[in-house]
Design a protein around this ligand. Structure first.
Ligand SMILES: [Zn+2]
Ligand SMILES: [Zn+2]
Length: 388
């Protein structure tokens, strides 16, 4: 099988690519921030070896991986661990956009230093109607990863990247967002002199149990203090000489809350193409609510006897969320049943089947990868646990 041999050969080369960054004077290639996964234990027997190659191509950082973890895979969600080869392209010189932009409601928003994609801080419609906080809902493994279409992270745990950080050291880079800005671990220098190591904190507050509609269960409330991050979970902090970057945090949104820069169009296109192939061309992951068309909103407003503008507003603006499509929250904002809104808009695919019980078929937690500290201290699950 020549194709497979090539993949294995590439795994061997990964370390080489990482060790020799293709740097230019102005654009140092951050390839050495990534792991060499070629000699890692891998996901376990019967799974493909993890593959990760990193290089800089012109003004882009290119991360090529197969989304297989470098540590033992412990199944939490019903989806199998599958190999998904992708090239992720990000700007090498990220710039702040005029306005932050929303993360994809589902699908990758960045890539970790081991080649595993990052998803935003909400899950799909599990439990239905959906978009709850998957960490609150306890459907993550001990590295805050799990499978859907592919293995992905909703939070980042330093020790899962073989990082043995001393208490007086700042966290290294753990990931990059699609906008090219790096995501550091939670700890960093208070000032340029590094007089003290501080834990950077999310400024989002939890309003209620985020079992569903995480984007409405949390609200961004700006806070005083250099350790508090912006809406996107980043800052232009003194810890990195004023250069903008994100931090992974112990609480929601855990990694990023939005894009402060401009996400690479390539990164999104890549994932759409991959997913549509696996879905027989439907073009989006299941549960990623399609945005209604103007026509749909018009018809639905007439059906529901509400102002078209009110419906459009409710679909866009509910609570503190940044933007993902969230019909359940919109229905709440309008004071109507989610079911009525779904039906009026013709998005019946989102309706829970009669008598459906929410939650994935979790299999409980296994031994899994190392877990010494660093686990997000987010809200502990209190609500109904996913089906065991
Ligand atoms: Zn997920
Ligand atoms: Zn910082």
């Amino acid at each position: 099988m020549p194709a497979r041999s090539l993949v294995f050969a590439a795994v061997g080369l990964a370390g080489l690519l990482v060790a020799v960054p293709a740097a230019t004077a102005n654009d140092p290639c951050p390839s050495d921030a990534f792991m060499d996964v070629s000699d890692s234990p891998g996901a376990g027997e019967g799974y493909p070896r993890p593959r990760l190659e990193v290089e800089c191509d012109g003004d882009e950082l290119v991360v090529s991986s197969n989304a297989i973890p470098h540590y033992e895979f412990v199944q939490i969600t019903p989806n199998p661990l599958v190999e998904l080869d992708r090239d992720y392209r990000m700007p090498l010189n990220p710039k702040l956009a005029e306005q932050p932009s929303p993360l994809p409601l589902l699908g990758p928003s960045g890539v970790a230093i081991n080649g595993i994609p990052l998803f935003g801080p909400n899950e799909g419609p599990v439990p239905r109607p959906g978009f709850g906080d998957p960490i609150y809902n306890a459907i993550m493994d001990s590295c805050m990863g799990h499978t859907a279409r592919q293995y992905h992270y909703h939070a980042l745990i330093e020790t899962c990247f073989n990082i043995a950080r001393e208490a007086n050291e700042p966290s290294p880079i753990l990931a990059f967002g699609w906008d090219g800005f790096p995501v550091y671990g939670p700890f960093g220098c208070r000032d340029e002199e590094c007089s003290e190591i501080v834990e950077f904190k999310s400024s989002w507050e939890q309003l209620r149990a985020p079992r569903i509609d995480a984007w409405d269960a949390y609200r961004f409330v700006p806070k005083e203090g250099a350790e508090y991050l912006d809406r996107c979970n980043g800052h232009s902090g003194d810890d990195q000489g004023g250069a903008y970057h994100y931090h992974a945090t112990a609480t929601w949104p855990y990694i990023m809350g939005c894009f402060s820069g401009t996400p690479s169009a390539d990164a999104g296109r890549e994932s759409d193409r991959q997913i549509s192939r696996r879905d027989g061309g439907r073009g989006r992951p299941p549960g990623d609510d399609p945005r209604p068309t103007v026509e749909q909103v018009k018809r639905a407003a007439a059906k529901l006897a509400i102002e078209e503008g009110d419906l459009a507003d409710a679909l866009r603006l509910t609570g503190g969320r940044v933007a993902p499509m969230n019909y359940a929250a919109a229905a709440r904002a309008l004071g109507i049943e989610a079911r009525d809104l779904y039906e009026a808009l013709g998005v019946t695919a989102q309706l829970p089947p009669p008598g459906a019980r929410g939650g994935p078929g979790g299999r409980g937690r296994g031994a899994g990868p190392p877990r010494q500290g660093g686990r997000p201290r987010g809200p502990r699950p209190q609500g109904p646990r996913p089906r065991q």
